[in-house]
Design a binder for this molecule. Structure first.
Ligand code: GDP
Length: 359
């Protein structure tokens, strides 16, 4: 596929395997093929289809996941080639599955449902022409009409969902403004999934937030109260994590979950500094943040998993050079006092701002 530009095929497939794991699947292997252009019927070439088919029989494989989006026709042809019981899906459908499993709030559920319908809409056409062909052409034209009817129904449902989502968001805003009448600063954690955001949250608060080596362990914003040694406190909010190759159609839905951070007192950008693509991930997060209305909010970067890097001394020097970076190990608790002090310092700066604004 077209993954060669920013992320290597290996990195992309590794992330896909993590996603599959998150969805509760056991990954037994992966393969890829270099083609000038994807096969319009089966995405991969016929040789590769045969190779995967024999692996399916040898290993008892139940699901085959493709890293790029497949058309409805390709999905159907692949399922036919692999045999009846094998489920074929693409990255987008897999992510939608995970979002569906993890959607804990009404708002998240609505967003997932919306994305699922938008995913289905362009795939309706081929499904119906397929049925038409199965019926031996006797119902010619019927399929076409049915597509139009179905598309209209789906578009109406999409419209209804959009409205409902808007109203849910309005109510959340009201809830938020009530929360903000309490003079406790809100600190939001942002960053890639697996960066260690929930581990950090747990270490700081002892709250029971799902932390596991899985993507999207934290789909919905989760807020906890952190009490520092000096008695001061702040609210710490976890946000949905980024992924390297988020399908375009899911971007809007999941950027919406980040809207809440525009009302924070401080943004903490958590980075897995042991990750080979840490630098690219930092840039990607910064890019999204620059597109949200958060430029006036102070920021602090946390380089997490320093226990995992080969040369921690070098990392600490880099962090010092860069400034506004705290090195921690959320797992061992190393550096968490420094982290709290840095948060305190940043919040003090922003409190001065708040006081200056109040006449
Ligand atoms: P999130 O998706 O950003 O919330 O990440 P999690 O908190 O779920 O962490 C993802 C994985 O990284 C888990 O397996 C954690 O145990 C692991 N992890 C988190 N922090 C550290 C750390 O400081 N060091 C190491 N070695 N692993 C960590």
């Amino acid at each position: 596929g077209d993954v060669g530009q920013l992320f290597s095929i290996d990195e992309s497939l590794k992330e896909l395997a993590q996603l599959a794991d998150t969805a509760g699947l056991k990954v037994v292997g992966s393969t890829y093929q270099k083609l000038a252009s994807p096969n319009p019927r089966t995405y991969i070439g016929s040789g590769k289809v045969a190779e995967i088919k024999s692996a399916i029989h040898a290993l008892g494989i139940e699901t085959v996941i493709f890293d790029d989006e497949l058309s409805a026709g390709q999905l159907r042809n692949l399922e036919k080639s692999f045999g009846g019981d094998v489920r074929v899906c693409d990255r987008t459908a897999l992510i939608l599955d995970i979002f569906n499993q993890r959607a804990a709030t009404h708002e998240a559920s609505l967003q997932v449902a919306l994305a699922q319908m938008e995913y289905q809409l362009p795939r309706l056409t081929k499904m119906w022409t397929h049925l038409e062909r199965q019926a031996g052409g006797q119902v010619k034209g019927m399929g076409e009409k049915q597509i139009e009817v179905d598309k209209r129904i789906l578009r109406t449902q999409i419209g209804v969902l959009r409205k409902e989502l808007e109203s849910v968001r309005m109510h959340r805003k009201q809830y938020r403004s009530r929360r903000f009448s309490v003079p406790v600063p809100v600190v939001s954690l942002v960053g890639y999934t697996n960066a260690g955001k929930s581990t950090l949250l747990n270490q700081l608060t002892g709250a029971e937030v799902l932390a596991e080596d899985r993507l999207f362990a934290t789909l919905d914003p989760t807020t906890r109260r952190v009490q520092m040694k000096n008695g001061n406190e702040f609210l710490l909010t976890d946000t949905v994590g980024f992924i390297q190759k988020l399908p375009t159609m899911l971007v809007a839905a999941f950027r919406a979950t980040l809207e809440e951070i525009s009302e924070s007192s401080l943004l903490v950008h958590v980075v897995d500094i042991s990750h080979p693509l840490a630098e690219q991930q930092i840039e990607a997060v910064d890019k999204v943040l620059s597109e949200l209305d958060v430029s006036s909010i102070p920021k602090l970067m946390v380089w997490n998993k320093v226990d995992k890097v080969s040369d921690p001394q070098h990392i600490r020097l880099e962090a010092e050079k860069r400034g506004d970076v705290v090195c921690v190990s959320a797992l061992s608790g190393d550096g968490l006092d420094e982290f709290c002090n840095a948060v305190q310092g940043k919040l003090k700066d922003s409190m001065v701002w708040v006081e200056a604004l109040i006449p």
